[in-house]
Ligand binder design. Structure first.
Ligand code: RAM
Length: 355
């Protein structure tokens, strides 16, 4: 496969410098034995002023298991107390009760990936009133109800990389559908909006004919894939901008008549997708390093608790232990802190990664 022009500048060895080593040293292993990170509230046992709670969209999602496991390590390394809590289903309602409990417990910071842009705001404002720092990571809320947002990459870069991948795989023409996460997910909705305008402008012969929601649930995503293919007999490609969705869609395609005929790309983890790249169901897909996202969010929370940053544009802070070896980060417009660029995985490189 050829790397996308927009991603050509991302040298795999530089983009994930050291990740192979990190994986060998334990990231992949710990990502698989994630009981402590995925339990509903295991404390690290450390003490200090950094009591930091991670609240993913849902528990049992390998993407968040990787980011939160890495966050746990980072928080413990700087002497903090880590906990992870979260709902089993990716809903805003499910997250609100955890935010309320964390506020009552008086943690120093809540780091969350939001299932809705507005529905968590009342609970988060109560947390802020109780002097708790609120950091979003992966998926944002309205900027008025958090202190900063740690984003994987820019919305447009993430969106464009997926559209370019599907365009490459279907000869820049034909019907494409999107299999998303939950209908209110802030991150997916922003990417989808950007995908649609980019596709319309750059690929006039591609039609995005449908968007369906698998709720970041494996079975729902599998069923929605099956339904998409029967509703749209001329479908040429599916973009699934969610690690849960793309893995379920690949599983469906891999044993169906559509394998090799309908392209599938989007955002996936190498460990989930490896078998489908090897069996020819999937050519290439994108993501960033979820472990790095967790580490960066931990250091942003620490800097916020230390009052080194407030979320103002231009604030800067240091992070340690990223696979990119980057240490210096700056808060951008609207309190957004950006990790880097998305990276494309294919048969050529997938075996270098273990997460
Ligand atoms: C899923 C979640 C997460 C998203 C990744 C790509 O794990 O929806 O929010 O960032 O996919």
């Amino acid at each position: 496969m050829t790397f996308l022009p927009s991603l050509n500048s991302v040298n795999p060895r530089r983009a994930f410098a050291g990740i192979g080593v990190v994986a060998l040293l334990g990231l992949g292993v710990t990502a698989c034995s994630s009981d402590s990170a995925t339990g509903s509230g295991g404390d690290s046992g450390s003490s200090g002023d950094y009591s930091i709670a991670f609240l993913p969209k849902n528990l049992g999602n390998p993407y968040f298991e990787t980011s939160d496991q890495a966050a746990k390590k980072a928080v413990e390394e700087f002497g903090g107390e880590f906990k992870e809590v979260g709902p089993s289903e990716a809903t805003a309602d499910g997250q609100v009760s955890y935010i309320n409990t964390l506020t009552q417990q008086g943690v120093n910071a809540i780091v969350l990936s939001a299932n809705d842009v507005n529905a968590l705001c009342d609970a988060l404002k109560e947390a802020q009133d109780a002097d708790i720092k609120v950091i979003t990571f992966d998926s944002d809320v309205d900027p008025s109800c958090r202190d900063a947002y740690v984003s994987a990459s820019s919305t447009d870069l993430i969106a464009q990389s997926q559209v370019d991948l599907v365009a490459q795989q279907i000869g820049e023409a034909g019907e494409v559908a999107i299999l998303s996460a939950s209908a209110n997910a802030t991150n997916q909705n922003a990417w989808i909006e950007s995908m649609k305008s980019y596709a319309a402008q750059k690929y006039p012969n591609i039609q995005i004919v449908d968007t369906v929601y698998g709720d970041d649930d494996d079975q729902t995503s599998f069923d929605k894939t099956e339904a998409l293919l029967s509703t749209h007999p001329n479908l040429k490609g599916i973009i699934s901008p969610t690690t849960v969705g793309i893995a379920a869609a690949a599983r469906y395609l891999s044993t169906s008549q559509y394998k090799g005929n309908v392209a599938l790309t989007g955002l996936g983890t190498p460990n989930d997708m490896r078998q489908y790249v090897k069996d020819g169901t999937v050519t290439s897909f994108a993501l960033w390093n979820p472990a790095d996202l967790g580490i960066l969010a931990s250091y942003a929370a620490k800097a916020m608790i230390d009052e080194d940053i407030t979320g103002e544009e231009g604030d800067s802070f240091a992070a340690e232990g990223l696979s990119s070896n980057e240490t210096d980060f700056e808060v951008g417009d609207d309190g957004v802190i950006t990790l880097g660029k998305p990276f494309v995985f294919s048969a050529d490189n997938i075996d270098q990664f273990d997460f």
